[in-house]
Write a protein that binds this ligand. Structure first.
Ligand code: ATP
Ligand code: ZN
Length: 211
């Protein structure tokens, strides 16, 4: 019996996900070009996937576990269990407007055109604030939307803010603070749960050692 864990194939979470497994004492020969690999000293198989697909795969049981940003978990809104925050991949999902805008508060977002790759989270935020806006879903390069006249504001992931700055934008509201999390299928067998507990125990030890 092995657990199958899905991690990002390439991108911002890939290296830290591999690093975490290694710090847990799990030996894997990581080949970025491979679709999957097996741990040699722990009952774990590692699948390399696009982060957006990970919640769905975990829900369907194609993978038992996944490492993905909370932002993706909340956006995909799949019935999976979040078992552990992992302390890396930290970022914010924020609203930003042109630097020149005299922004006074969230009410200023009402009726604007907002470009985002996170329509589900944005819609919920707007509803909670009693606002309506025209959400333009785009899959990448959201930060250029105001400059080309596609939108008045954006809702996008920010870490340092330098991408916003370079595009003449400023962060005005934080909608969500996110980091990488370990998610699990919610129907694991007792045997699978036992392996997950072992993994969680090691992850917690690694986190403790860093504090
Ligand atoms: P994929 O090819 O797997 O779909 P991607 O382009 O969607 O990759 P990345 O840009 O690699 O995703 O980001 C993966 C995750 O890293 C994000 O979902 C988020 O949780 C986290 N992250 C941390 N800082 C940032 C940042 N500044 N911008 C974007 N994502 C960030
Ligand atoms: Zn993605």
């Amino acid at each position: 019996m092995k657990l199958r864990i899905a991690i990002q194939k390439s991108g911002r979470l890939h290296d830290d996900s591999i690093k975490l497994l290694k710090e847990c004492g799990i030996d894997i020969n990581n080949g970025v070009n491979k679709l999957k690999t097996e741990a040699t000293n722990f009952p774990l198989e590692v699948f390399f996937l696009r982060d957006d697909d990970i919640p769905q795969y975990v829900e369907d049981g194609v993978a038992d576990l996944g490492i993905v940003g909370e932002n993706v978990v909340l956006e995909k809104n799949r019935p999976v269990r979040t078992v552990e925050k992992l302390g890396f991949g930290k970022c914010r999902l924020s609203l930003a407007v042109a630097k020149s805008v005299d922004y006074k508060g969230v009410k200023d977002m009402d009726k604007l055109r907002i470009a985002t790759s996170y329509p589900v989270i944005l819609e919920k935020f707007l509803k909670e604030h009693g606002l309506t806006a025209d959400i333009h879903e785009i899959s990448g390069s959201v930060e250029i939307a105001p400059g080309i006249g596609l939108a008045d504001a954006i809702c996008d992931l920010v870490s340092s803010g330098s991408t916003l700055f370079m595009n003449g934008l400023k962060e005005v509201e934080v909608i969500l603070k996110s980091e990488a999390v370990l998610i699990s299928n919610d129907k694991l067998t007792p045997e699978q749960e036992a392996i997950l507990r072992k993994l969680q125990f090691r992850i917690q030890a690694v986190k403790k050692a860093k504090n």
